[in-house]
Design a protein around this ligand. Structure first.
Ligand SMILES: *Cc1c(COP(=O)(O)O)cnc(C)c1O
Length: 398
C-alpha cells in the first residue's frame, strides 16, 4: 500500500486526536526511520524522548523477545522474577528507596498525586480531603481528567469538565508566587524541570533549588515530572540534578522502555511510597515481566553506553551549530543536553510549515506550540549525522 492509502484508512476509521505529519513509518533503526515508500529520515523527535536509546536497540529488542517467550504477564496477584531486578536497578541508578511501576506517563503522574495526598493526610496531618497540590502554568503532565484540570492550555480542558478539586497553578519560574500559594494544606508541588511540551521552556537558574528549599521549609513534597527530561535526555539521569536537587518523588516514563513498551514508574523514599497499602493502587500490566525486562535492558543501555555524557556532548555541539545558522527567522535557541527548542519569530509564519519542509529533506521533527521546533534526536546519533541535519535545517530557515 502507498502512503496515501494508509492515511485514508487512518482518517476514516481512527479518531482524529492527532495532527501527524503525512509520513507513514514502517521500520526504524538507531536515529533513523524509514517510510512505506522506502524514504529514510532522521528522527529528531524520538517519540517525545521515548527512544533516547535509539529505535529498536538490539539489546532491548532481545530482552523483549526473550521475555515474551518466557512469560509476558502474571498480574501483580503473583510475583515475577523480573520486577525485583528492575526495582534494584532503579534504586542503584537513581538512589531512591522504592519504586512503583505503571504503564503510561499519565498514570505515573496520577500515582504520584495519590501518594502525595495520602502523605498529606497521614504524615503531614492535613484535614481529610483538604489537601492542595500546586502546579505550574504551561505544564504538561498528561491527558486524564485530573491532569487536564491543572493544564493552562484551554483547548486541553475546554470540552472535558467538571474537573478535580484540590489543585492550583502558579507562574513557572516564579518563587515568590509559589511561596505565596503554599498553605498549611499544601501537600505537594509538581513541576517539570524543563517544560518540554510548552516549547522547551527552561526556568531561571536556581529555581529548582529554590523550589526544593521552599518545600523543605514548608513540609511540602517536591514531585518532579521527569517523564520527558529524565533518563539522560538533558545530560543527566534527571534534569533536577543540574541544580543538585533531589526531588521527593520522581515520575519516569518514555525512555524507561526505550520505546519498546509502555513503562512508567514513580520513585520515592520509604517514608512516602511506603505509605501505600495493598489494594490502594495498582495496574494489571504495571510491573509485568515483559515491562520489567524491557525497562531493565533500557536502563542498562543508558548506563553502559554513557548516554547522559553523550547527550551533553552532542547537545553542546548541535546547539552551537544551530546558532551558527544565519537567519532572521529565529528568535531564540535554547535547551539542555539534547532537548533543544528553536523558537521562531511569529512573522516566520508558524513552526509547522518548517517541519513539513524538513520532512521533505529527510528530517522528522514536530512543532510544539505555534512557533517552536523541538530537536531531540536519539542520543545514539553521530556528530556527522547532526552536521548533515544542520545543513538541511539551515536551508529551511533561510
Ligand atoms: C509525555 C509526558 C507525559 C505523559 O506521558 P504519557 O505516556 O503520554 O501518558 C507526562 N509528563 C510529561 C512531562 C511528558 O512529557
Amino acid at each position: 500500500m502507498k502512503t496515501q492509502e494508509y492515511i485514508e484508512l487512518e482518517d476514516q476509521y481512527g479518531a482524529h486526536n492527532y495532527h501527524p505529519l503525512d509520513v507513514v513509518i514502517t521500520k526504524a533503526k538507531g536515529p533513523w526511520v524509514t517510510d512505506v515508500e522506502g524514504k529514510k529520515y532522521l528522527d529528531c523527535l524520538s517519540a517525545y524522548s521515548a527512544v533516547n536509546q535509539g529505535h529498536c536497540h538490539p539489546r532491548i529488542v532481545k530482552a523483549m523477545i526473550d521475555q515474551a517467550k518466557q512469560v509476558a504477564l502474571t498480574s501483580r496477584a503473583f510475583r515475577n522474577d523480573q520486577l525485583p531486578l528492575l526495582y534494584k536497578k532503579l534504586h542503584d541508578l537513581l538512589g531512591y528507596d522504592m519504586a512503583i511501576p505503571m504503564n503510561s506517563g499519565a498514570e505515573a503522574v496520577e500515582t504520584a498525586l495519590k501518594v502525595a495526598r495520602k502523605w498529606g493526610y497521614e504524615v503531614k496531618g492535613i484535614p481529610k480531603f483538604e489537601a492542595e497540590i500546586i502546579t505550574a502554568a504551561g505544564n504538561f503532565h498528561g491527558r486524564t481528567i485530573t491532569i487536564v484540570t491543572f493544564s493552562t492550555e484551554e483547548f486541553y480542558r475546554e470540552a472535558f469538565g467538571p474537573f478535580t478539586p484540590g489543585f492550583k497553578n502558579v507562574a513557572y519560574g516564579d518563587l515568590k508566587e509559589l511561596e505565596a500559594a503554599i498553605t498549611p494544606n499544601t501537600c505537594a508541588i509538581m513541576l517539570e524541570p524543563i517544560q518540554g511540551e510548552n516549547g522547551v521552556v527552561l526556568p531561571p537558574v536556581g529555581y529548582l533549588q529554590g523550589v526544593a528549599d521552599l518545600c523543605k521549609k514548608n513540609n511540602v513534597l517536591f514531585i518532579a515530572d521527569e517523564i520527558q527530561t529524565g533518563l539522560c535526555r538533558t545530560g543527566k539521569w534527571l534534569a533536577c540534578q543540574h541544580e543538585n536537587v533531589r526531588p521527593d518523588m520522581v515520575c519516569l516514563g518514555k525512555a524507561l522502555s526505550g520505546g519498546m513498551y509502555p513503562v512508567s514508574a514513580v520513585l520515592a523514599d520509604k517514608e512516602i511510597l511506603g505509605l501505600l497499602r495493598p489494594g490502594e493502587h495498582g495496574s494489571t500490566f504495571g510491573g509485568s515481566p515483559i515491562a520489567s525486562a524491557v525497562a531493565l535492558a533500557a536502563l542498562e543501555v543508558l548506563d553502559e553506553e554513557h548516554l547522559a555524557e553523550r547527550a551533553t556532548e552532542l547537545g553542546e555541539y548541535f546547539m552551537d551549530k544551530l546558532r551558527q545558522i544565519k537567519t532572521k527567522k529565529v528568535k531564540e535557541i535554547r535547551g539542555k543536553g539534547m532537548l533543544i527548542g528553536v523558537e521562531l519569530y511569529p512573522e516566520a509564519g508558524g513552526a509547522r510549515k518548517y517541519c513539513e519542509a524538513l520532512q521533505a529533506l529527510g528530517i522528522l521533527c514536530k512543532e510544539t506550540h505555534e512557533n517552536v521546533i523541538r530537536f531531540a534526536p536519539p542520543l545514539v546519533v553521530e556528530k556527522k549525522t547532526l552536521d548533515w541535519a544542520v545543513r538541511r535545517i539551515a536551508k529551511v530557515l533561510k
